[in-house]
Design a protein around this ligand. Structure first.
Ligand code: GTP
Ligand code: MG
Length: 203
C-alpha cells in the first residue's frame, strides 16, 4: 500500500455524533494497551499520528484516520481495562455499541490480540460477538518482538486453539462450522507483519 496521505479526520467522544459516510471503514478492536494505535502508526509510517501510551486506556474516543482519501482506519477505545472506573467502562460500552449501530460502511474488523497471552474472556467475547454478527475478523497478534522466534509458533497455536473453540459453535451461510482464522504475527516495533496486514486490508 502506498500511503499518499493520512489525516486524523474525526475524533468522537461519548456524546458526539458519529459520522456517516460512503468510504469503507476498517475498525480496530482489542483490549486496552494491545497496540491498536501503534499498529495504525506503523501501517501509515508515522511515529506519533495516533497517540499511544504505556498506560492502558489511552484512546478513549472513536478516531477516524482517513487514508489516501479512500478509506478510514477506525481506532476504537480498548476494552478490558480493569482499573477504569465504572463510568468510563459504561462510556466505552456505549461508544462501541453506538459505533456498530451507526456505521454503514464497515468492510472489515481487525481484532488485535497480544501474542504473549491467552485470549482474555473479553477477547473471546468480542470474537464471538463478531462471528454472531455474521462477520469474520482479521486477527493480528501484536508485540511479536517480545517473544523469541522459537516461542512464536507455539503461541500462535495456543491462541488459535482458543479461537477455534468459539468458531466451531458458529456456521457460515452454507451451514458449515467456522474455523479460527489465519492470524498475522505482527510487531509495531520492527514492522514485521506490516505487509501482510496491508494485504489483508486491501483484500
Ligand atoms: P488503548 O488506546 O489504551 O486502547 O491502547 P492501544 O491498544 O492503542 O495501545 P498502544 O498502541 O497505545 O500501545 C500500548 C503500549 O504498547 C505502548 O507503550 C506501545 O509502545 C506498546 N506497543 C504497542 N505495540 C507494540 C509492539 O508491537 N511491540 C512492542 N515492543 N511494544 C508495543
Ligand atoms: Mg490507543
Amino acid at each position: 500500500m502506498v500511503i499518499k496521505s493520512v489525516t486524523l479526520d474525526q475524533v468522537c467522544g461519548p456524546t458526539s455524533k458519529l459520522p456517516v459516510h460512503q468510504l469503507p471503514e476498517i475498525a480496530l478492536v482489542g483490549r486496552s494497551n494491545v497496540g491498536k494505535s501503534s499498529l495504525i502508526n506503523c501501517l501509515v509510517g508515522r511515529k506519533a499520528l495516533a497517540r499511544t501510551s504505556g498506560t492502558p486506556g489511552k484512546t478513549q474516543t472513536v478516531n477516524y484516520y482517513l487514508v489516501n482519501d479512500e478509506f478510514y482506519l477506525v481506532d476504537l477505545p480498548g476494552y478490558g481495562y480493569a482499573r477504569a472506573s465504572k463510568a468510563a467502562q459504561d462510556d466505552w460500552a456505549a461508544m462501541i455499541e453506538r459505533y456498530w449501530q451507526t456505521t454503514q460502511s464497515l468492510t472489515q474488523i481487525c481484532q488485535l490480540l497480544d501474542i504473549r497471552h491467552k485470549p482474555s474472556k473479553e477477547d473471546l467475547q468480542m470474537y464471538e460477538w463478531i462471528l454472531a454478527g455474521g462477520g469474520e475478523p482479521m486477527v493480528v497478534l501484536t508485540k511479536a518482538d517480545k517473544l523469541k522466534r522459537s516461542q512464536v509458533s507455539k503461541a500462535v497455536k495456543e491462541i488459535k486453539a482458543e479461537l477455534e473453540k468459539v468458531a466451531v459453535c458458529h456456521t457460515d451461510l452454507a451451514g458449515q462450522a467456522l474455523h479460527a482464522p489465519e492470524m498475522i504475527v505482527f510487531s509495531a516495533k520492527t514492522g514485521d507483519g506490516k505487509d501482510q496486514v496491508w494485504k489483508a486490508m486491501e483484500g
